[in-house]
Design a protein around this ligand. Sequence first.
Ligand SMILES: [Zn+2]
Length: 739
Amino acid sequence: MVKNLTAAALSLVLINADLSAQTKSISGFNEKNAATQVALENRFDQLLSAVAIGNTIKELSAYPHALGSTGSKKVAEQVLAKFKEWGLDAKIETYQVLFPTPKTRLLEMTAPTTFKALLKEPAYKEDATSGQPDQLPTYNAWSADGDVNGQLVFVNYGLPEDYEQLDALGIDVKGKIVIAKYGRSWRGIKPKVAQEHGAIGCIIYSDPKDDGYAAGEVYPKGAYKNEHGVQRGSIMDMVVYPGDPLTPNVGATDNAKRLDRSQAENLLKIPVMPISYHDAQPLLAALDGAIAPAAWNGGLPITYHIGPGKAVVHLKLAFDWKMVPAYNVIGMIKGSEAPDEWVIRGNHHDAWVNGANDPISGLAALMEEAKAVGALTKTGWKPRRTMVFCAWDGEEPGLIGSTEWVEDHAAELQQKAVVYINSDANGRGFLGAGGSHALETMMYEVAGSITDPQTNVSVFERQRSAKAINAATPKAKKEEMTKKELTLGALGSGSDYSSFLQHIGIPSLNLGFGGESSGGEYHSIYDSYDHYSRFKDPGFHYGVVLAKTAGHAALRMANADVLPFDFRSLQKTIEGYVANLTSQLDQMRESTTVENQLIKENYYTLASDPTKFFKAPVAKSEVPYLDFSPLQNALFALGNTTVQLRQTWEKAIENGTAGKLNPVLYRAEQQLLSPEGLPRRSWYRHTLYAPGFYTGYGVKTMPGIREAIEQREWKEAQQQIVVDAAAINRLAAYLDPVK
Ligand SMILES: [Zn+2]
């Protein structure tokens, strides 16, 4: 058919096809309003500029700007001035928070030879900002002060399973200093587990196998970590609670009641220090004792030993535990019809050093969105709901700015916040989207309508392709290929959505692009404009794509006639979690039975090398059957309610009147908060999503149940089934009157 058309006619067909694709229904809008919304989004897109995003990244990463520095204040003031210039009603909200910076950093080997670690990243002429003063030195924030001497032990990634292996080899870290590789978990888990096992100090180094020369050319020739690069970072035990350690649950205002530092449950007691592979190599090379298991080997040209033996190190750290101001920039555009319904968009502005990628690449997209929305209001348009743009301070040390703001404004946010849309570091590649599962359809419609700049398919199709290719099994690949809609990931932690979602139950999304922009600059002085513009997002096209993706999501939530929450997706997602928990329990039961038999009948001992030390594992408690029926019944009730609610929701859109529906829809997620919070960490109250107690950033879904099962706390697991079922029943009962 196409070949008979003239070029002009063909282009008309294409334009029409394009238009019809664009004006197909958008969840939450009637036909007429959907067309208006699409036109608005097109105008919004035309206001976005890759050049402007590049300029913002250059400007805001031009100098170091960590929490509490003069640079941080300057960045906050620059963002404030821009927000005002673009017509936002903007202000800075300041909190007083604890933030330690180093006074003394010493790491030396005292036996069998002597070596003093450099602890310094050099400047390169290829990187214009790498030689600036005011850089925070390499350190792990929230390390304890300490002056310790001890034998060194290599503990692989420093995770619980690594210690199980050490135990089997008869190696104890009590009274020793451990050295762990970065990677495989959030960094704070490593010293936490070391401390639990009695270590007196913890060194974390970046192995070249993970993000150095074994991964690619090193900086400044390539993107990867050179021998001196060091990953700074927080080791606050954020899985207990994030934010200012002295003010859990309340905003760190001037007059807030504060804990004594010794009372803060999220601070570790041992000194912790990050180092480069230049500094790690002599220490690791000096280790003797057992040879490390093959899977523990990194990329250094040495034989990896575990120790302990002749290698002894001295680690001396002291910090200035001072109070500093955290500057959150908050800019509002008041809604024309529902000013007390807030659509909130946020990204942090503080960086460990210059932070061109983390966080300025995400912030630059957010600012481009704010600029475009501001420009639209100058043409007479107003969002139906209030739009709030936030630039957070103190994310790096522990999500501090956003957490204090959320704790301070909790009651108001639980009334007004429709959604929180977060971003952070951004780069070239594939869409990453996680969040509240009732927003899955809305997010799919957005991702299906935005074009990937490199391939000209939608960012949804591109993501699906990558997921299918990377899926582990043929079955999983097939599943991805047949997927018609986007799946939102579940959110753990690691950026500013945590307090919105997990503490006060605000529906949240976390959006960003990446996967074709890896490197070794993370939290080092080389996360700079020069690095970013060469390796992360040359041309800043993915900055524009992030602005479109987050911007369209925000504009749809701000303008929808009836808010696009679909609780059927949430119900299905929870069903999947429950199925996964039951099958996990069955697998554990089977493997425990087999393992116990192997232990009892001496198989382990007979299979081990008699010339080497070997300790057979200890038999574990048999895995009982748990009663999941409270959850299954609750899900059945929620299923019925959500199907009927969907019909009411569709009618409301047809009739053009939401009635009382909207506030009920956006406050519904709060029903999933458990009043008591999670066991041993009551700050986390969401029954569906939490960062893992032993994984950190990694999410644990239905964490109360899942972690009890993983820790073999059977009674607690059964109790948590009842807690989660109660939350699902609460949600069903809450939605029932409006269905
Ligand atoms: Zn960040």
